[in-house]
Design a protein around this ligand. Structure first.
Ligand SMILES: Cc1cc2nc3c(=O)[nH]c(=O)nc-3n(C[C@H](O)[C@H](O)[C@H](O)COP(=O)(O)OP(=O)(O)OC[C@H]3O[C@@H](n4cnc5c(N)ncnc54)[C@H](O)[C@@H]3O)c2cc1C
Length: 365
């Protein structure tokens, strides 16, 4: 888990990041990953800024593996911008077979019996972070072995993640479940042992890959339930706003300290109940959002309420916000999103998209 106390700390992490070690080890639980995702997902720093800093310190060839992972995120974001809530349903193919639309109880509790899955689940519930490979294993167990439809399990994971992002989360789950890709993602115990550096044997996943797609649902994954995902937004007092200054609206996907930072303004972190009703998050995640905003954006005031309920909204001559699928209903002046590869439109597969990004980078070099 990456803990920072200032924006400069984040820049330092990026400057010091060893991209070569990342390329070699990122798939291992103990690998050298950046831990930047909570700050990227909360909009503290853009992918484009990260890429710029990385390329100031490393050659494009050495940085390729890391930048391609940043591009996965950009690809998912561009899909969300383009397709909106369509990403919340089976995208290219229907998931099958589907035994139910609930969460598997032993997965939620981290009691499946697979040690290298149970530990990361328990850790995610307390810390808000899970390694990418563990996320893939959990999603594969839920959808492809336990036959749960991906949507509710993905909502459970999103609820706990400090980096919870609607696009990265739902499209990754769909990629694993084969609804956003042409084949489902499977693993077995041998693969799990290798990347978690553990040695468990004799589990229900201790078999060859040829057995996996016809495996009956293992006993440990049969019980399921609709988990309540309670979201406790803070009760806030009305903000003190100066009508003579512009109003800048931040939210849980935009906590960018560099955004219009030279402008004297009222700064409000808006927590809309309607958004959190659709995409609930845990107390831990909410605390992270609020403390990150308070730490990084001087003078920011937290407001729980809908956009059109902001006191005195109609009296401001300038209201600014960043363009994002969750801020489409805001009114005022919209600042455009900055992409790493603005000229490349999202394609139907990541590999086609990444090929076009690489071609564009060579052209611009
Ligand atoms: C089932 C599942 C659910 C996921 N849910 C989320 C989510 O809600 N929010 C989220 O930000 N990521 C999600 N991911 C992607 C990925 O697991 C995390 O971004 C990554 O683990 C974050 O750790 P890191 O910052 O150390 O990543 P690093 O490996 O250091 O990568 C740097 C950055 O690149 C981006 N990135 C890396 N890998 C991926 C990937 N596979 N897909 C998309 N972006 C990537 C992230 O922004 C990450 O911070 C999910 C993946 C899976 C398989």
């Amino acid at each position: 888990m990456l803990t920072i106390s200032s924006y400069e700390d984040i820049l330092d992490v990026i400057k010091r990041f060893d991209v070569e070690q990342y390329a070699r080890t990122r798939n291992f639980y103990s690998g050298n990953v950046s831990g930047l995702s909570p700050y990227i997902s909360r909009g503290v720093i853009s992918l484009n800024r990260i890429r710029e800093i990385i390329l100031e310190h490393h050659s494009p060839e050495k940085a390729k593996s890391f930048i391609s992972e940043l591009a996965w995120r950009e690809y998912f974001q561009r899909m969300w911008w383009t397709h909106g809530t369509r990403i919340l349903a089976d995208f290219y193919h229907a998931q099958q077979p589907v035994a139910h639309h609930s969460m598997i109880t032993n997965l939620a509790a981290g009691t499946t019996g697979l040690h290298a899955i149970d530990e990361p689940i328990k850790k995610m519930v307390t810390t808000g972070y899970m390694h990418n490979h563990a996320r893939m294993y959990v999603a594969s167990l839920a959808c492809n072995i336990g036959q749960a439809h991906w949507l509710n399990p993905s909502r459970w994971m999103y609820y706990h993640l400090l980096d919870g992002d609607v696009a990265s989360n739902s499209l990754s789950w769909q990629w694993v479940a084969g609804t956003f890709s042409n084949k489902k993602y499977y693993f077995n115990q041998e693969n799990l042992n290798r990347f978690s550096e553990t040695v468990q044997t004799g589990t229900f996943m201790d078999c060859g890959y040829d057995k996996l797609d016809s495996m009956p649902i293992p006993e440990s994954l049969t019980e399921n339930a609709n988990l309540p995902l309670t979201c406790n937004l803070p009760l806030t007092t009305p903000p003190e706003l100066d009508l003579g200054l512009p109003l800048l609206i931040y939210n849980s996907y935009n906590i960018d300290p560099a955004w219009r930072s030279d402008m004297p303004a009222n700064r409000v972190l808006l927590l809309e109940p309607s958004h959190f009703k659709s995409f609930p998050v845990s107390d831990h995640v909410l605390r992270f959002v609020i403390t990150t905003a308070q730490k990084l954006v001087p003078g920011i005031q937290v407001v729980t309420g809908e956009f059109n309920e902001i006191p005195g909204l109609e009296h401001f001559t300038h209201v600014y916000f960043k363009d994002h699928p969750i801020s489409r209903h805001y009114r005022g002046e919209r600042d455009n999103a900055v992409w790493m590869f603005p000229e490349v439109e999202p394609k139907s597969s990541f590999s086609a998209y990444w090929k076009a990004c690489e071609k564009r980078s060579r052209k611009n070099a």
